[in-house]
Each structure stands twice: as C-alpha cells, then as structure tokens.
Design a protein around this ligand. Structure first.
Ligand code: MG
Length: 188
C-alpha cells in the first residue's frame, strides 16, 4: 500500500451540475418537450431531430445563466471535501472555452473542493491527461478511459444506463466514490 494520493479527474456536467435539467427547461419552450428519462443515449439529439451543434450551443447558453443550474444532488460540498482529503481532486471538464468562467463561479457557489481546474475542448481528450481515476457520466469517455487503463467511476445517469462494462464502477451518489477510491488506493 502506498501513501501517495491518487489523482482524480472530476467531471462537472452530469456529475456535479444538472445542466441537462436547465437545458430541458429551455428545449421544452422551443421544441417538442423531452423528459430527462427520455435522454437514454449520449447522442439522444439524433432521435429528436436536434442538431448536435445547436445542442452544445444551448448548453453553453445555459451556463451563461449558471445561477439557475441545480446540483445533481445535495452534499456535493461534503463529498468533494472528503474526496480531496483521500485523493488529489482536479475538476476536468470538456466545454466551450467561453463557459469556464461560469463553471468556476458555479463551483464556488456550491462550495466544491478541488485543487486545479482543467478545461479541454472534447471529452475524449481527458483520457490522455495524467489521472489515475476519472469520475464521469459519459459512456464515450468511460470506454476511452478504460481502454487506456484508467479507472472509471461512472456517475449514474439515464444516458449511461446501457453502458455495462464491468471495469467501470457505477455510483448513484458522489459519496459512493469514497470507498471505491480507498479500495483503489490499496490496490496500487
Ligand atoms: Mg459529463
């Protein structure tokens, strides 16, 4: 067993921030209404005749009004604080660069504990970063990370339910990541 802390890459959208909730509110005013449970695939927009670029543009728009974005669950502040005690937690988020400032304000308002803030443009770029374990909700990112030998803790969401790779550890609350990371630390 090593005393060296594991490097943890913690995602924002879909793990800490329930931005899809805010997006659904926006979508349902301008298009056919969708419920969160209907977003059962990562590329759900294809089946709802929504342009991918419109979708991502609208997510950025939601972030401009970051005070309206709820957290995925209560107690994120406490869970990230405990995680930061046992590991080295960085925020690792893929997004349009103009939205970083809103995300940082949101993280501060939610009292999220982290060391560094790392932004990338595409989710798959995360795989190449120097982290031992990622906490993410994207099935695409998860597959890429696992194939590269990284550990993945998958935050449960309707759009990753069909991702059944046994190498990923599915969690339903962020606090469930604590015991998984403690186990990983004993394995390394
Ligand atoms: Mg995400």
């Amino acid at each position: 067993m090593t005393t060296e802390k594991l490097k943890i890459g913690l995602d924002v959208d879909g793990v800490l921030a329930d931005v899809i909730h805010t997006w659904i509110g926006y979508n349902n005013k301008i298009r056919k209404p969708i419920s969160k449970e209907e977003i059962s695939e990562w590329d759900f927009w294809k089946h709802h005749k929504i342009d991918k670029y419109d979708f991502y543009k609208e997510l950025s728009l939601c972030w401009q009004r970051w005070t309206k974005i709820p957290s995925t669950e209560e107690n994120l502040s406490k869970s990230t604080s405990i995680l930061s005690n046992i590991g080295e937690v960085d925020i690792v988020t893929a997004r349009e660069e103009s939205t970083h400032i809103y995300v940082k304000s949101w993280l501060l308002s939610q009292k999220i504990t982290y060391k560094n803030y790392v932004g990338v443009l595409e989710g798959l770029e995360k795989t190449n970063l120097d982290y031992d374990v990622f906490i993410d909700d994207s099935p695409l990112n998860a597959k890429s990370m696992l194939d590269a030998g990284k550990s993945v803790i998958l935050y449960n969401q309707p759009w990753n339910l069909s991702f059944n790779d046994p190498r990923a550890k599915r969690i339903y609350q962020l606090k469930d990541a604590i015991s998984i990371i403690k186990t990983l630390m004993q394995e390394t």
